[in-house]
Design a protein around this ligand. Structure first.
Ligand SMILES: Cc1ncc(COP(=O)(O)O)c(C=O)c1O
Length: 279
């Protein structure tokens, strides 16, 4: 089923199933195998959670991919608490190898969403949803309610690009660009605690002490570099990690990306405070 973009798809799916005022809770994560099944179990016990939104393959922003064992455990917790799952697979479309979707471990409760935004072009504004058996009509009804239909022209372009090989060529070109730019990140951030994945044009940097994420962002912005802190991705009022997401994508030149990365490492090597000092 087509939707007008993967971001729109989870919103419409959950609006159709759950009250708009439903609370958003975060479950404790670990950076490698997010989310932690025990923590998810805890959240379900102490809340009225009905829905788990997750990115098991190449999580944005940490780039973590859940192992098969972790997928099985998360599916089991979801089943026990009757949670629906929205599996956002949009980045995985660029990853050449990855474990089977979470949807294969809990097909009766998972809305699997993917699309060409990362693997072909963000401007296509199309997403694909695979709904649990018997649920597709409800999703269709929400599409009618929220946007009437996905733009047919975009659906046509996307399906032609998939069929005639253009999509695969675009994905290859994207992979090549990411590989070159992540090599730059590796050059500048070797020795720091950072995580990346060959499928995504950003990396996740745990800031060395005593840096705090907001201070680092302010210093970067004072030099014209925009980055995102862990806070942007934190659910509700949970504490945010002292970490940042640094993108090497976008339409900047290779040289511009290199200059920005060099500047960020210079900032990290100096003491925090210049841009945020208050008396
Ligand atoms: C986790 C995640 N899902 C989906 C999308 C893309 O959504 P859309 O298809 O609406 O462009 C993004 C884009 O950054 C994303 O990070």
């Amino acid at each position: 089923m087509n939707r007008s973009g993967s971001c729109n798809a989870p919103a419409a799916n959950s609006a159709q199933k759950f009250a708009p005022q439903a609370p958003i809770c975060g479950a404790r994560r670990d950076p490698v195998t997010y989310p932690v099944p025990d923590a998810l179990d805890e959240v379900c016990k102490r809340s009225t959670a009905k829905l788990l939104y997750c990115m098991p393959t190449v999580h944005n922003p940490t780039t973590a991919t859940m192992s098969v064992a972790r997928r099985e455990a998360v599916a089991e917790v979801a089943r026990r608490h009757n949670l629906f799952i929205i599996e956002d697979n949009v980045w995985a479309a660029v990853a050449p190898d990855h474990p089977p979707p979470l949807a294969t471990f809990a097909p009766e409760r998972t809305y699997f969403i993917s699309g060409p935004a990362k693997a072909m072009a963000g401007g296509l504004r199309i997403a694909f949803v695979h709904a649990p058996e018997g649920q597709a009509e409800r999703v269709r009804a929400t599409v009618r309610m929220t946007s009437w239909m996905a733009a047919p022209l975009m659906a046509e372009i996307t399906s032609r690009w998939i069929q005639d090989g253009t999509g695969e060529r675009l994905t290859e070109a994207i992979r090549e660009t990411i590989t070159r730019r992540l090599a730059l990140a590796e050059k500048y951030f070797r020795g720091f605690e950072f995580r990346s994945d060959p499928a995504v044009s950003f990396f996740w940097l745990e800031l060395p002490s005593p840096w705090r994420a907001a201070e680092f962002r302010a210093e970067a912005e004072a030099r014209g570099i925009r980055i995102l802190t862990g806070e942007t991705f934190t659910a509700g009022r949970d504490p945010a990690p002292h970490a940042v997401r640094i993108s090497v994508g976008g339409k900047h030149t290779y040289e511009e990306v290199e200059r920005a990365l060099a500047t960020l490492t210079e900032i990290l090597k100096s003491p925090p405070g210049a841009a945020t000092a208050v008396m």
